[in-house]
Design a protein around this ligand. Structure first.
Ligand SMILES: [Fe+2]
Length: 285
């Protein structure tokens, strides 16, 4: 079993790096951690970075998860290779570009590019966004899935993810105590389906709802409340069509042995109990 600690960053290719930076800072509310040739790194919490935009193909998207030890990372590589995945071992320069000590890269069964990383850097310092979005940190990622049952099996049997709840057949899976760090949604191509940042309160959700609307950002879902995780949320569109989400009040599961995954109706009741309807393809039948 591959023991993943947490989701740690996303890397997104863009044909307009300056535009992506403008959006990440002025709309999303992240802090520029560092600019390097062809890439900008963003902070959303104490970690050195949780998002990187780089000059490249917008379909080039990676999600990274932390593994605890070098031995565990190498064992994970061998496990994946034995299952038929091509495993790439990152070079020193590529590790430097990710602010990690070591990493491996492979594709999950849908074809999502996944990186397992060792010792991602933290700053130990708070993040300060220039726009007060109330962000408390990068929290979870939605991944596209061309076969939900197959991919759930990969994340829960090969890796240590546990299903907290399902919306239809879409599993919301935890790695630690947070209700979900990975969610899978049905879609016909591989890629990141949405990127979630937690915010401090309902006030932050409501202020951002008005802020993004006034800035002509396309709101795709919300404000609403998820009956699964109890989180209040807002989904909106970012550069290259990426869906970003703010949410607050996500459920934590501390009594691990006692939790039983629950079944929710796919659409729209399972996604929102305030009555908002998603304008997001992967959330619709
Ligand atoms: Fe989400």
């Amino acid at each position: 079993m591959i023991e993943l600690r947490d989701v740690v960053y996303c890397r997104l290719g863009t044909t307009d790096l300056a535009g992506a930076e403008w959006y990440a800072v002025n709309i999303l509310g992240l802090e520029v951690a560092e600019r390097r040739k062809g890439a900008v790194y963003f902070k959303s919490d104490a970690r050195a970075h949780t998002l990187c935009y780089f000059e490249g193909d917008p379909t080039d998207q990676m999600t990274a998860f932390e593994i605890g030890t070098a031995q565990d990372l190498h064992t994970a590589g061998a496990t994946l290779e034995a299952l038929g995945h091509d495993v790439y071992y990152g070079t020193r320069a590529e590790c430097e570009a990710r602010m990690v000590r070591e990493f491996i890269r492979f594709r999950d069964p849908t074809g999502n590019v996944i990186e397992f990383v060792l010792r991602p850097e933290t700053t130990g310092l708070d993040y300060h966004g220039s726009r007060n979005a109330g962000i408390t940190g990068f929290s979870h990622v939605g991944l596209c899935s061309s076969d939900l049952a197959r991919d759930e099996h990969f994340w829960t049997s090969v890796c240590n993810a546990r299903v907290s709840d399902r919306i239809g057949d879409a599993p919301l899976m935890r790695l630690g105590t947070i209700h979900h760090s990975i969610a899978l949604f049905p879609f016909h191509r591989a890629g990141i389906q949405h990127i979630n940042h937690q915010v401090g309160s309902t006030d932050d959700i409501q202020r951002s709802f008005h802020f993004v609307r006034e800035n002509q950002v396309n709101i795709t879902f919300g404000p609403g409340a998820h009956p699964t995780s109890s989180a209040e949320f807002l989904y909106f569109t970012g550069p290259e069509g990426m869906t970003f989400e703010y949410s607050t009040g996500v459920r934590e599961i501390h009594d691990e042995p006692a939790w039983r995954d629950r079944q929710f109706h796919f659409e729209p009741k399972g996604f929102c109990h305030w009555g908002s309807a998603p304008q997001i393809a992967a959330f619709k039948k």
